[in-house]
Design a protein around this ligand. Structure first.
Ligand code: C2E
Ligand code: MG
Ligand code: MG
Ligand code: MG
Length: 290
């Protein structure tokens, strides 16, 4: 103990930590103004069907370009926004923007696909959350079946309290998915009880497959688990052809990752909608074949 005190004593000053702290305070201060100044935008990452490679949806991912600090990753500013509560406002903006854009694409005649929006636990717990989502859908005119909300396991620490909220979103026709699955602590009971349609397997399980035997067999089990619960299973962070092939082989339903596409800005996403084969096209094609 004495040794530790010497190392961390007053003569030792941690400039790295101070830097981090100042950066944090700086970001905290900048966030609200960034919203009013229009510094946030959404990028969209495709999700594809593992068997046919047809586009099955797009996930909205927030981007921030600060005039002074440059591009700041959501992985650093979202947790800060959660701590200050600003995430409630920011998340509402994301939902508006995603629904408005999806509706705009649909009205322009592109294939109709669901748009996924990430929802932080702090935002979800807000008493007006469900009301707010319904309001945004009404105002933008987007059919609820084209909205998917991505929730993380951190939300499930009080499953009975959230069940009611999830049920009313589900009743409205909105899809619900569990993001980053495998990194939190949800029990099978919760997965069985809560109205979740999609299981998104965290990318840490995909990274070392198929070379790691252990991760590969874990993946098989997770896919099997998801399917026995009647869920659609999606693998996140698929980067290589080899990973894609393996996931296809073991029956994963959908994939997302740099292998198919990085998140795209609005214009590039629109271009993709114009050219890619979409799930809707396949459905249309199947019905004309009958
Ligand atoms: P997430 O929802 O799990 O999103 C996936 C993240 O992995 C995204 O990072 C995406 O760009 C990245 N990614 C996708 N494919 C690959 C791949 O093949 N390899 C690698 N290495 N990475 C890949 P991003 O956009 O930086 O977002 C990070 C996290 O920040 C998100 O994780 C989500 O938790 C949060 N986030 C992003 N946008 C929002 C938002 O609008 N609201 C909330 N509440 N959270 C958001
Ligand atoms: Mg997500
Ligand atoms: Mg994820
Ligand atoms: Mg994540």
């Amino acid at each position: 103990e004495a040794k530790i005190e010497v190392l961390n004593g007053p003569h030792y000053f941690d400039y790295y930590l101070l830097d981090k702290l100042l950066e944090r305070v700086n970001i905290e201060k900048k966030l609200p103004r960034a919203l009013t100044e229009g510094e946030f935008e959404l990028h969209y990452q495709p999700k594809i069907d593992a068997a046919t490679r047809a586009l099955t949806g797009l996930e909205a991912l927030i981007r921030w370009n600060d005039p002074e600090l440059g591009r700041i990753s959501p992985a650093s500013f979202i947790p800060i926004a959660e701590d200050t509560g600003f995430i409630v406002q920011l998340g509402e903006w994301v939902l508006w923007e995603a629904c408005r854009t999806n509706k705009k694409w649909q009205d322009a005649g592109y294939p109709k696909l669901p748009i996924s929006v990430n929802v932080s636990a702090v935002q979800f717990r807000h008493p007006h959350f469900v009301h707010m989502v319904k309001h945004v859908l009404e105002q933008t005119g987007l059919d609820p079946k084209y909205l998917e909300l991505e929730l993380t396991e951190s939300l499930i620490n009080n499953p009975m309290m959230i069940k009611e909220k999830l049920d009313s979103l589900k009743e409205k026709g909105i899809s619900l998915s569990l993001d980053d699955f495998g990194t939190g602590y949800s029990s099978i009971y919760y997965l069985k009880t809560l109205p979740l349609q999609v299981l998104k397997i965290d990318r840490t399980f995909i990274q070392e497959t198929p070379s790691s035997q252990r991760d590969s067999s874990l993946l098989r089990s997770i896919i099997e688990l998801g399917k026995s619960l009647g869920m659609t299973v999606l693998a996140e962070g698929v980067e290589t052809e080899e990973q894609f092939k393996f996931l296809q082989e073991i029956g994963c339903d959908q994939i997302q990752g740099f292998y198919y596409s990085r998140p795209l800005d609005e214009q590039a996403a629109e271009q993709l909608l114009r050219t890619a084969t979409c799930k809707e096209d396949l459905v249309l094609h199947e019905s004309t074949c009958k």
